[in-house]
Design a protein around this ligand. Structure first.
Ligand code: ADP
Ligand code: ADP
Length: 236
């Protein structure tokens, strides 16, 4: 089942057109990898999907992006609820400079949840899902930025999952990490895609081959090819 559909998405930064008309659908509980050379527009396109790049000066976006049948660029769209449904994890682990607990609880508090027991429960659940509970359960008050890079990225994943998004956008989530942390995060994503839909930018073809159900290849702001990953990679 399709959860997000992009129709003829064009995007310009001033006079520079970075996306020339992208048509691509994302399916529920799948992981899609967006691959392609540096500067081809992967990150630009990813950020359109939860309107993360709205505030950039001189940006112009046309076309249509439907999320569960709603046009996300319609004036009726509520950005806070869009970003609750479509979360984001960045390349550099970026936990806020406060406790693990307060990082993971952050989105819940923005969503107006005040029930302490519910927040405690959701924090624990999310840290477990991101496979970082064992390392944090006795240190929930410790500053999240004092953990290792891989651990910080997991805390960020837990923070994204805590609000129960339907889709999580990942912008090169492992490229700042060592190979072991990186492959552990891949395993976690494989497990989590039973529950969530992921759209991940990666420059790592092998990674796409390992984790993605669908792979989309962009070049110079165009979608060159998209399809089931096993059909995109022809064995040598
Ligand atoms: P990728 O993620 O594939 O490396 P990006 O989406 O980051 O590519 O960038 C696509 C193109 O848009 C590049 O030429 C980049 O320089 C340009 N670009 C990205 N962000 C901005 C911006 N805020 N202002 C102007 N140009 C930008
Ligand atoms: P502060 O922002 O004052 O540093 P803390 O990070 O110490 O706050 O604690 C933030 C919240 O985390 C508090 O509501 C606290 O009750 C809760 N908390 C801390 N440790 C645990 C724990 N082990 N289990 C459940 N909740 C906890």
């Amino acid at each position: 089942k399709e959860i997000i559909t992009a129709e003829n998405v064009k995007l310009s930064y001033g006079n520079y057109e970075a996306l020339h008309g992208i048509n691509l659908s994302f399916h529920e509980k799948e992981l899609t990898a967006l691959i392609g050379p540096s500067g081809c527009g992967k990150s630009t396109f990813l950020r359109c999907l939860n309107r993360m790049n709205d505030d950039i000066e001189n940006i112009k976006i046309t076309g249509k992006i439907m999320f569960e049948g709603q046009d996300i660029y319609s004036p009726k769209m509520d950005l806070v609820s869009l970003r609750k449904e479509v979360g984001m994890v960045f390349q550099q682990p970026t936990p806020f400079p406060f406790s693990v607990y307060n990082n993971v609880a952050y989105g819940l508090r923005i969503a107006g949840i005040k029930d302490k027991e519910l927040i405690d429960q959701r924090v624990e659940e999310s840290l477990k899902e991101a496979a970082i509970w064992e390392e944090t359960k006795d240190n929930l008050n410790r500053n999240a930025q004092s953990f290792s890079g891989g651990q910080q990225q997991r805390i960020c994943i837990a923070r994204a999952l805590a609000v129960r998004p339907k889709v999580v956008l990942l912008d090169e989530p492992t490229s700042a990490l060592d190979p072991i942390s990186s492959s552990e995060i891949e395993e976690t994503l494989m497990e989590l895609k039973k529950q969530f839909t992921f759209i991940m930018v990666t420059h790592n073809l092998q990674q796409a081959g390992r984790v993605a159900d669908q792979t989309a290849f962009l070049m110079n702001g165009n979608l060159i090819e998209a399809g089931p990953t096993e059909k995109m990679f022809i064995a040598p």
